[in-house]
Write a protein that binds this ligand. Structure first.
Ligand SMILES: Nc1ncnc2c1ncn2[C@@H]1O[C@H](COP(=O)(O)OP(=O)(O)OP(=O)(O)O)[C@@H](O)[C@H]1O
Length: 610
């Protein structure tokens, strides 16, 4: 038995001893804002999705494997792959928020990997929990750009199906991820030196990677480089101290091959890559993306990820508060894709009465039900054949429809209501929601299996109050509104009010206020008096997680009357979408009905309710 296997076995035995008397399965999963906070902290998730889910989707499917990422405490943040692999009794353990530390689940690869900060492999009966005994899991630590372990990547397979052990594979994925994060963190303005023992394996994720600034100072390195060069290499070493040659000489070989000697003894083959220029990336984007990519780093990241995956058959879930531009984003995605000439079919799951969603999505045969169109209906999914289906407000989809939709996505064919034949469909899928879908899954209000089908990758779009490019966004909206004239200038007072406002209705609210302001202003300067709605509110007066709340039922119906019943016009005034307004109106109606019921049971004096 090799030394490393012996060492692994000893680590496993030590873990079994640590876990012997632990109460297992008693820690409850994290929900709500705590889970959201942990998800938001892990920007690595989107890097993982763009580098791994995109590149290895087919292999993961071929192995019928299930990939999981946790944070440094072992809390499961997201998973991808074949949920069918997971036995029913183990399913709750795979929900977002579930802790996988040793103290929560006893002996398991994730818990041990995070305890020892080393790759770990646990199979079948080695697991403490019975529910996990049909599975085999390989886990590898995730290392942040500072060199600290901040999570774990783990792959589950059925050991009876997959003979080849997956440990090496997961380690390569984790290493690849570490390299991507290092390059993303330092890439702009920094050189990258990749080195290995042969010129042929410089592209391997297991090559050493050094990040060097333009003056030749070492800034960071990956775990592999640290291992090769020795743990105790001082931070901020200069190239000259490391290799004994002038930095300017190395720079002359940028993009070419280099043979270097570290510390005068270790000969390596290397390649020096020049710093990335951020503007190169932007210029290469489709114009539809460029119109949205105004300088915010989170949005830029979402655009790059969507651009990479737009034709990969990987479903995307766009998340963000109302009015952040989810639909605009989906339209740009479609325009930039190979399917741009094929239909983009959108269905708003919140705007259609729940009993009609099925007919809308799947279509129906002639005479399928009373009140149906006598000619039958093809349904939105088949309309999208060859193109893209956009399921907006997916968080509002009724549970019964979720089950049918899941079947369609698994089988890639639709059977209309009342029909016996199924029709094959070829669609790219994108969904959007302003609801925290992970929480809805954890609370059983959204099917976990559908969530994983829809969320091949999740793309969070930032709210306006967090946009780093607020000024550019305002100027771009003003230019659009003013066309063909030049946009007005903003007074300093207005600009500072725009910065301090919370923008609960996000871009929709901003656009509407600017439109009103431009109608009121008569010169080429927009001032605070031109945006009366802004002068009344301050960010400080709004709660930290701002959601738009509905006005009371009475004020709502009065307002609607003032707009002559025109919902679009009232929605514009309130800075919310028509969908949101319809929802408020329906809620108001229900509240009103229940008040009438209560009053009926108490018996109003002069209202003979019969
Ligand atoms: N980048 C942008 N530039 C200009 N206008 C934008 C941009 N993004 C969004 N908008 C405008 O903001 C409004 C809201 O956009 P959109 O409908 O895409 O938001 P949403 O997030 O889908 O909203 P909801 O969740 O309420 O449906 C629309 O009027 C849209 O034209």
């Amino acid at each position: 038995m090799s030394e490393s296997l012996v060492h692994h076995r000893q680590r496993l035995q030590a873990a079994q001893r640590r876990c012997q008397n632990l109460p297992m399965g008693e820690q409850s999963p994290l929900h709500g804002s705590e889970l959201r906070r942990r998800l938001d902290e892990h920007a690595v998730l989107s890097v993982l999705e763009s580098s791994i889910v995109a590149d290895y989707a087919q292999l993961l499917e071929h192995w019928k494997s299930y990939l999981v990422m946790t944070d440094r405490d072992g809390v499961l943040l997201r998973s991808w792959g074949q949920s069918e692999l997971i036995p029913d009794t183990a399913r709750p353990l795979f929900s977002p928020g579930q802790p996988w530390s040793e103290s929560a689940l006893g002996c398991n690869a994730i818990g041990i990997c995070l305890h020892d900060q080393l790759p770990t492999f646990v199979s079948g009966k080695q697991h403490s929990l019975h529910a996990l005994r049909d599975l085999e899991c390989s886990a590898a630590p995730l290392v942040d750009p500072r060199g600290d372990v901040d999570g774990c990547l783990a792959m589950f397979v059925d050991p009876r199906r997959v003979r080849s052990r997956t440990q090496g594979f997961v380690q390569v994925l984790a290493q690849q991820l570490e390299n991507r994060r290092l390059i993303d963190a330092y890439g702009d303005g920094h050189y990258q030196l990749t080195f290995n023992n042969s010129p042929d394996n410089l592209d391997s994720p297991r090559a050493g990677l050094l990040i060097i600034d333009s003056a030749g100072q070492l800034q960071a390195m990956n775990a592999r480089a640290r291992w090769i060069l020795g743990e105790h290499i001082p931070a901020r070493l200069h190239w000259h101290q490391l290799c004994g040659t002038p930095w300017r000489e190395a720079r002359a070989h940028v993009e070419g091959r280099l043979d270097i000697t570290f510390h005068g003894r270790l000969l390596c083959h290397a390649r020096l890559s020049p710093p990335r220029r951020p503007q190169d990336q932007r210029a290469a984007l489709h114009p539809a993306w460029r119109a949205l990519d105004l300088g915010d780093s989170k949005l830029h990241h979402a655009i790059l990820l969507a651009e990479r995956l737009k034709d990969a058959g990987i479903p995307m879930l766009i998340q963000g508060e109302t009015g952040v531009g989810k639909e605009v984003f989906v339209r740009a995605l479609h325009a930039a894709s190979q399917r741009a000439d094929m239909p983009l079919v959108a269905i708003n799951c919140a705007a259609i009465p729940s009993e009609l969603v099925e007919a809308e999505l799947f279509g129906y045969e002639r005479g399928a039900f009373t009140g149906a169109d006598p000619r039958g209906k093809i349904g939105r999914i088949r309309q999208a054949h060859g193109g893209r289906l956009f399921l907006d407000e997916i968080g509002d989809m009724p549970l019964g429809v979720q089950a049918r939709l899941l079947r369609v996505l698994q089988e890639r064919q639709v059977t209309p209501l009342g029909a016996t034949d199924a029709y094959a469909v070829d669609i790219e899928l994108v969904a959007a929601t302003h609801r925290p879908l992970e929480e809805q899954v954890a609370e059983g209000r959204f099917r976990a299996d559908l969530y994983y089908r829809l969320c091949g990758v999740s793309l969070p779009l930032p709210p306006v109050r967090e946009r780093e490019d607020l000024r550019q966004l305002v100027m771009s909206l003003l230019s659009d509104l003013a066309t063909p004239l030049p946009p007005p200038r903003l007074s300093d007072a207005l600009w500072s009010r725009i910065q301090s406002h919370a923008w609960p209705g996000n871009i929709r609210e901003l656009e509407n206020l600017l439109r009103v302001g431009m109608a009121i202003a008569d010169g080429n300067m927009l001032d605070i008096d031109h945006l009366p709605a802004l002068s009344a509110t301050q960010r400080a007066s709004l709660p930290p997680s701002v959601t738009r709340t509905a006005p009371s039922a009475d004020s709502m119906s009065e307002r609607l009357a003032r707009h002559n019943g025109n919902v679009s016009s009232l929605a514009r005034e309130l800075g919310v979408s028509r969908t949101t307004l319809y929802k408020w109106l329906r809620d108001a109606e229900k509240r009103h009905a229940s008040v009438v019921d209560d009053q009926a049971t108490q018996g109003w004096p002069d209202q003979g309710i019969t």
